[in-house]
Design a protein around this ligand. Sequence first.
Ligand code: RIB
Length: 312
Amino acid sequence: MTARITVVGSLNMDLVVRTPRIPRPGETIIGGDFHTLPGGKGANQAVAAARLGARVSMVGRVGRDTFANPLLDNLTAAGVDHTFVTQDPEAATGVALIEVDDAGQNSIVVASGANMRVSPADVEAAEATIASADVLLLQLESPLETVTRAAQVARAHGVRVILNPAPARPLPAALLSLVDVLIPNENETALLTGMPVESRDQIEAAATALRELGVGTVILTLGDRGALLTQEGETEHFPAFDVTPVDTTAAGDAFVGGFAVALAEGKSLAEAVRWGNGAGALAATRLGAQPSLPTRQALETLLATGTTVVSP
Ligand code: RIB
């Protein structure tokens, strides 16, 4: 069964430089080569799901500048329908300034531009597309009122809502109560709950606190420590796949895309978390956001054998 997924979210051009380490405030460091690569959490999740075999539509905005068409062309190449990605005449295409250090960790600053002009009306124009999906994917690089409207439209049509609350910001209970599956990382969990997330006990307590805010299922992504699934009466830890990280940019987006495809295909929550873990691990083995997102073949090989193959 082909999964149908709609994404309401951001598209950014990522301006990436490798650096031996992330500079301190006021410090200048000579880095490596400069790369211009397609990104944005929304588009990354859309491409992740499409590479894994889903039929994907995206709702969003770019500008009318030099970065717009390469981002749209990249969606086309991945098979993502972008009928509802409009070109805003008054705003710039989103840009992300990304430093990646020798350990594969990154630091990112986003200039949102047109992404922050995606409106509730844009979402309503795409209502039929949202309604026809198995799953709606949302992040927080779009206005909160737009994210909330999208969740309302999905819920009205019985479509499951997955929210990746990244980048972190406080969220109203009215939005959280519309979410079926929340997928935060540790930093986002700490910000959303105001609770520490160092030890396993603290992480479980914070995940439970998130569920008490009205979310059905919480999946906390823990980087190289895997993921924790919490739902009614059940908490389960899933270890990460063992890979050597090159760049962790979009590993979280790959997790969300992989998880969503598996869920939409009718797999169990536990199997969907394994898909997320596998897709995230593979994305960390290559530089860049969208160029690093794995094919279904690469993911299935990892899931079956625990080993990685090079994906195009
Ligand atoms: O999650 C990674 C993404 O965050 C990057 O592609 C960048 O564009 C920012 O949105």
